[in-house]
Design a protein around this ligand. Structure first.
Ligand code: GLU
Length: 495
């Protein structure tokens, strides 16, 4: 393929289920490859398996693609010059292509029954025939005879006629290098079934050829289909695209990633609160790397720098901890305002702590809260549990264990009395984390307590448990009145 040919790539999911992690990575690579080469990214729905494809799954996949931010240049909802972009809408094109091959003597009808095929296969096995495929029984039926049998209503499939002298097929794969498939593995395979539907190997190639696809980037579970697909390109007289088969994604136990390992669909990760940017970044690194070490590769860098020669042919392992770390890094990189509007407030609203359109506080309040929650957030919903104590008015929910350890201890009462006195002395207009921290600072020594114990008591009185965010900011956010009220409420519980 000449380098000057504009790049056209496609992602062609079958809507037989949700978009999974592996499919999403394939989509990302195609998208990034198109963007990096100023090419065209096409989304095509491969729904030729009518028993397993559903419109609902198609919609789920489109939603997932949108959430991932993988905008397609041609495809459903966008259109394009090479449509339709759904295989069930392209049936006539497959019939026409098959008819042309038939007319040109490159395909032929086969009348073998399943029983006959099974018997032939068994016989080939028994005589250890190096050629185990279809025995070409119907390859030389005279056209007139074939026509008569079809007219008489005999069921038939359509097979491609692989030239007998074709020899080995060498697939030049951008990831795996040259992969040779022995000619003996190539038989005259079926391109149209007896029920009039095209097979995957045929429909895909008709589409890829008609859509001018220059690079086929897909999972390496399709590598074994590739020699057959090459036969179809050759029969159609179409240029063979560059193939790039990307390796499998494994679970931590070294087995192919599956439900057993936990969440596998894109939607599950969206719903768990991962950021689209972080998720795309993480998936991109499963088999590709920028320079072998950089782990934060923002979308625009990916779209500029992605190249197939940095794709590994070794399987990669899905590591949820690394995904978490990348998500955290993206959260940390947000400024407080962005974190407030994109992470914190939507979560508070969805938890029912805030009402959309009628927020309880001003921007500065959320931004201060964001500044203390950001370093403590792995995924967005983490903020709910950590912010809940701010939404309980004067009566915070106490964690029993924390109360036992921090309030029902010798000296806790003295600590709270001292804290109340110092905090009540701060004027309302100076109610800031720094002032609060400064007021509390000398108190442990004053009441003869160690710091950890002192702050533990105040923290539990105010926040209900001992694992809340930094105290000064927490108290600033609670507000002076609420802080004093909570102390009053906790005092009788303290020893
Ligand atoms: N519909 C096929 C799949 O989902 C696409 C394979 C291909 O990219 O050729 O596996």
């Amino acid at each position: 393929m000449a380098d000057s040919t504009p790049v056209r790539v496609r992602f062609a999911p079958s809507p037989t289920g949700k978009l999974h992690v592996g499919g999403a990575r394939t989509a990302i690579y195609n998208w990034a490859f198109a963007r990096a080469n100023h090419g065209t990214f096409i989304l095509r729905i491969d729904d030729t398996d009518p028993t397993r494809s559903t419109e609902e799954n198609t919609q789920v996949i489109l939603r997932a693609m949108r959430w991932l931010g993988l905008d397609w240049d041609e495809g459903p909802g966008v259109g394009g010059d090479y449509g339709p972009y759904k295989q069930t809408d392209r049936m006539q094109l497959y019939r026409d292509a098959a008819q042309r091959l038939w007319d040109e003597g490159k395909a032929y009808p086969c009348f073998c029954t399943p029983e006959k095929l099974a018997a032939d296969k068994k016989a080939a096995e028994e005589r250890h025939d190096p050629f185990q495929g279809y025995q070409r029984t119907c390859r030389n039926i005279p056209p007139e005879e074939a026509k008569a049998r079809i007219a008489a209503g005999e069921p038939y499939t359509l097979r491609i006629k692989v030239p007998l002298d074709r020899g080995d097929v060498i697939v030049h794969d951008a990831v795996h290098g040259d992969v040779t498939f022995n000619a003996k593995e190539l038989d005259d395979f079926i391109i149209f079934r007896s029920d009039g539907t095209p097979t995957y190997n045929f429909a895909t190639v008709v589409d890829d050829a008609m859509m001018g696809i220059t690079h086929v980037i897909r999972g390496d579970d399709h590598l074994s289909n590739t020699p057959r697909q090459v036969m179809v390109y050759e029969a159609l007289g179409a240029p063979v695209p560059t193939f790039a088969h990307i390796s499998m994604i494994l679970g931590p136990d070294g087995k192919k990633l599956s439900k057993r390992h936990g969440a596998t669909s894109v939607e599950e990760y969206r719903d768990a609160g991962y950021l689209s940017d972080a998720f795309v970044n993480y998936l991109a690194l499963l088999g590709w790397s920028l320079d072998g070490e950089t782990t934060i590769v923002p979308r625009d860098v990916l779209a500029r720098e992605f190249s197939l020669d940095h794709v590994s042919k070794n399987p990669s392992t899905f590591d949820p901890k690394k995904l978490d770390a990348i998500n955290q890094a993206y959260l940390m990189a947000m400024d407080d305002r962005t974190f407030s509007t994109q992470v914190l407030i939507p979560q508070l609203v969805s938890a029912g702590l805030e009402t959309d359109g009628a927020l309880a506080h001003d921007d500065a309040w959320y931004d201060l809260l964001s500044s203390i929650l950001k370093p403590r957030t792995t995924v967005a919903p983490d903020v709910i549990g950590k912010a809940r104590f701010l939404y309980e008015g004067d009566s915070v929910t106490f964690d029993e264990k924390s109360v036992k350890k921090n309030l029902e201890r010798e000296g806790a009462h003295d600590a709270l009395v001292a804290a109340r006195e110092a905090l009540a002395a701060i004027p309302a207009d100076s109610w800031k984390a720094a002032t609060i921290d400064a007021a509390l600072e000398p108190l442990p020594e004053k009441v003869g307590s160690n710091k950890r114990k002192f702050y533990g008591s105040v923290r539990v009185a105010e926040c209900g448990n001992q694992v809340s965010p930094p105290l000064g900011e927490s108290l600033e956010l609670l507000g002076r009145d609420c802080v004093l009220a909570r102390l009053d409420r906790a005092l009788p519980m303290a020893n």
